[in-house]
Design a binder for this molecule. Structure first.
Ligand code: ME8
Length: 534
């Protein structure tokens, strides 16, 4: 694994038609975890998110709210900022599709496709779902309705500009064959390949019935299709078409944690090292439509698209009409941000769909966080305080051979952890990465039962074994504090504080023996209060 290779991690730009819910937070938390993980290993990371502000959906929603679309977007986008702030999402760049530099670059891109003969004018007759901002053919519909929104699409008939999408079916198939991991997971890649083999129809990329969008250069009666505009954010935010530095507009939008190195690099440094995280609903747009646009403009497709599944709630589709929408902030406020992240990362729709069940949430929280990690660190540090005044003993041999073997198992789990995490995260298996960490948590809790430091402490002749056990438990607590950094950032900081250590970089702290003998810890405190169930 080359840790000097840059990675550009993106979330979709969410529509500003409504407040964001669990689904949007899931994609963003997956992206945030990846960004934090690679940063903690010293890899150059650029993490982008933003807002999708044009199109008929926003136009209609703003109208229904009695305002103009820009005022409406300005109001909703603030809620995005607030949510990501409250969830401590570590994005580097926030782009709005109404940013001027973006709109200008979209026009340049469109002109380029036109100059290359890839755009033509024709009659557009389509079944259009405003919810998806996408047209469907009759055979895509289920009982005459959009398969995602379950609503009857609008019949549209107008003269539009088309992009010659049909020319790209074979180039896309060739690209996918040459880069088998460009769509993850494999099952979703195969679905796209299957559809491509049926051929592609040209895509309408302009509209005349409303004017909320990027103006078509050369024909002001048209605005560009919202997807055509929005997808381009991934390159416009990097400064395309100038291959200079990131445009200040994108950075000024809401730059937090903006690493100077990220800002100072040109387009070609980050592109095409892009990983787009998206839900399965928009994989088609992010592979077929997006890559064809790029190929048409002689720009390389991104390295990967990770398409995750969807959440249901207690076995039902999550939606306003059912009144079962999970609000991430409510969960975070009730249980903690890390509890929210843990459940999403551990049981969320990373590969297939997933079901948000309150009972599972409580069980995971109590078993893994409160009784697992929380209990281990808390009892380890409290015992260190009690038996050694909070000063870590030096490592020393166990007099009891069985205990030596048990410590050997802990050491070998620690020794393999860094490489295992890298492999898992490289494959986007955040759930399995957590499992690797929790293997160590479980083994260490077992080690407490095996060594029984509270019994050893009663016998002055066992002082050496007590010291050896407490050294091992303090080391494991330190390693775990570092290991959870990308997944549970608040917990990582708390563990570091309690240990009086620097919060972790994964580059050099996931190794045994980094705690100097005599190191004095801080004050232990419970990490997770158990959720009482009656
Ligand atoms: O599609 N479970 O924006 P959007 C999991 N603006 N994830 C879910 C979900 C669920 N139940 N519901 C939504 C758009 N999502 C476009 C994107 S990008 C250039 C333009 C997540 O606001 C998931 O990531 O409709 C999905 O892809 C995204 O929200 C759709 O957000």
């Amino acid at each position: 694994m080359d840790l000097t290779q840059p990675i550009y991690i993106t979330t979709p730009l969410y529509y500003v038609n409504d407040e964001l819910h669990l689904g949007h937070s899931t994609t963003t938390i997956y992206a945030d975890t990846l960004a934090r993980f690679w940063r903690a290993l010293g890899r150059p990371v650029l993490f982008l998110t933003g807002s999708d502000e044009h199109g008929q959906k926003i136009f209609d929603t703003a109208k229904a709210a009695g305002t103009d679309p820009k005022t409406f977007a300005d109001r909703i986008v603030v809620k995005f900022f607030e949510l990501w702030e409250a969830l401590d999402i570590s994005y580097d760049v926030f782009i709005r599709t109404t940013d001027k530099f973006h709109e200008d670059a979209v026009q340049v891109f469109f002109k380029r496709l036109k100059d290359k003969g890839l755009v033509f004018k024709d009659m557009y007759r389509a079944l259009y779902c405003v919810g998806c901002e996408t047209n469907y053919t009759a055979k895509d519909l289920v009982d005459g309705k959009c398969p995602v929104h379950k609503t009857v699409p609008q019949k549209i008939e107008e003269e539009n500009y088309f992009f010659k999408l049909s020319a790209f079916a074979q180039p896309l198939l060739d690209h996918i064959a040459a880069h088998p991991d460009c769509i993850v997971p494999e099952g979703r890649r195969n679905e796209i390949v299957g559809k491509l083999k049926e051929g592609l129809i040209d895509a309408s990329v302009s509209r005349t019935k409303f004017d909320w969008g990027v103006r078509m250069p050369g024909d002001e009666a048209h605005v560009l299709w919202v997807w055509f505009d929005a997808l381009l954010n991934y390159v416009t935010a990097l400064g395309w078409p100038d291959s200079g530095n990131l445009p200040t507009g994108a950075i000024a939008g809401r730059a937090r944690h903006a690493a100077p190195a990220a800002k100072g690099k040109p387009f070609v440094y980050w592109w095409p090292q892009a990983v787009h995280l998206v839900g399965k609903d928009i994989l088609w747009h992010h592979s077929v439509v997006w890559w064809s646009m790029l190929m048409g403009a002689d720009i390389a497709p991104p390295r990967q698209v990770l398409a995750h599944g969807w959440w249901q709630v207690e076995g039902d589709k999550m939606g306003k009409s059912l009144g079962n929408v999970i609000k991430p902030l409510e969960v975070a406020n009730k249980y903690s941000r890390d509890a929210l992240r843990y459940f999403i990362l551990r049981e969320g729709p990373l590969r297939g769909d997933a079901d948000w069940r309150q009972l599972n949430f409580v069980n995971r929280y109590n078993a893994d966080l409160a009784n697992g990690l929380g209990n281990l660190v808390n009892r380890s540090l409290n015992m260190l305080l009690k038996y050694f005044g909070g000063a870590a003993p030096a490592e020393m041999p166990f007099a009891d051979g069985k205990l030596e073997t048990a410590r050997g198992e802990l050491k070998s789990l620690v020794a393999g952890l860094r490489e295992e995490l890298i492999a898992r995260m490289n494959a986007f298996e955040m759930d399995n990465a957590l499992e690797a960490i929790w293997k160590l948590v479980r083994r260490a809790n077992l080690f407490v039962d095996e060594t029984k430091p509270f019994s050893l402490a009663k016998d002055p002749a066992r002082k050496q074994d007590l010291a050896a056990a407490m050294h091992a438990l303090t080391e494991v607590s330190r390693v775990l504090g570092a290991a959870v950094t990308p997944f549970l950032p608040d917990t990582a900081v708390k563990i570091a504080e309690q240990l009086a250590c620097k919060p972790g970089s994964l580059a050099d702290e996931l190794a045994w023996g980094k705690l100097p003998a005599g190191h004095k810890i801080g004050t232990p405190a419970a990490l997770f209060a158990r959720i009482e169930t009656t």
